[in-house]
Design a protein around this ligand. Structure first.
Ligand code: AR6
Length: 191
């Protein structure tokens, strides 16, 4: 099985990249964790990040006192190639509840804000809430990309955002959502 190509788009001075891969290998300044409100670890990408970072990560997250859904908190990356981990809490998907879309957008926006506040220039996101939390990929991809592009349009600090999709279905959902956004927004173009 071959990995599909990296898709790149530009908004002002920043690039958005879509790729298939394992986020624990990313060398961006920070990787974002799809955490839960306890910040004490779990399965999915959260488990993979804690395993790759080592036990010091849990020692630091224990001291943070949890995190609200839709918010994000930063720690060091320990044994990861990334210097920092931004722990974001997405919503558990509930059909017909309009709050879930706002909370998912907030998890992306807060992660970007925390990265910018800490002077970082690059970060990598997984597809937050699309695993255990059950958010449909197509809707989650549209929210993730619209929120990221809107944030990048209004600032100069963050230069690169990578969406690291674990499987081909997620990669294709994000590729389609990006194509729709490029079509709608004149400031966003493929590289
Ligand atoms: N790299 C990139 N993406 C990954 C990786 C990886 N190594 N591993 C899984 N994914 P999930 P959620 C993808 O379930 O839905 C945890 O127990 C996965 O394919 O990790 O936000 C937490 O502690 C999916 O597309 O997170 C919470 O309790 C995406 O990451 C809860 O799960 C998110 O899937 C959070 O649920």
């Amino acid at each position: 099985m071959t990995t599909p190509p990296i898709i790149r788009a530009q908004v002002r001075e920043s690039t958005v990249q879509l790729l298939q891969g394992d986020i624990t290998r990313e060398e961006t300044d920070a990787i974002v964790n799809a955490a839960n409100t306890s910040l004490l670890g779990g399965g999915g990408v959260d488990g993979a990040i804690h395993r790759a970072a080592g036990p010091e990560l849990l020692a630091e997250t224990r001291a943070l006192g949890g995190c609200e859904t839709g918010d994000a908190k930063i720690t060091k990356g320990y044994r990861l190639p990334a210097k920092y981990v931004i722990h974001a809490v997405g919503p558990v998907y509930r059909p017909d509840d309009p709050d879930v879309a706002l909370l998912l957008a907030s998890a992306y926006r807060r992660s970007l804000e925390v990265a910018a506040e800490n002077g970082l220039t690059s970060l990598a996101f997984p597809a937050i809430s699309t695993g255990v939390y059950g958010y449909p990929l197509k809707e989650a991809a549209a929210i993730a990309l619209a929120t990221t592009v809107a944030f990048l349009r209004d600032q100069e600090q963050i230069r690169q955002v990578r969406l690291v999709l674990y499987n081909e279905a997620a990669y294709h959902a994000f590729a389609s959502a990006l194509a729709a956004l490029v079509h709608q927004q004149s400031e966003l173009r493929y590289l």
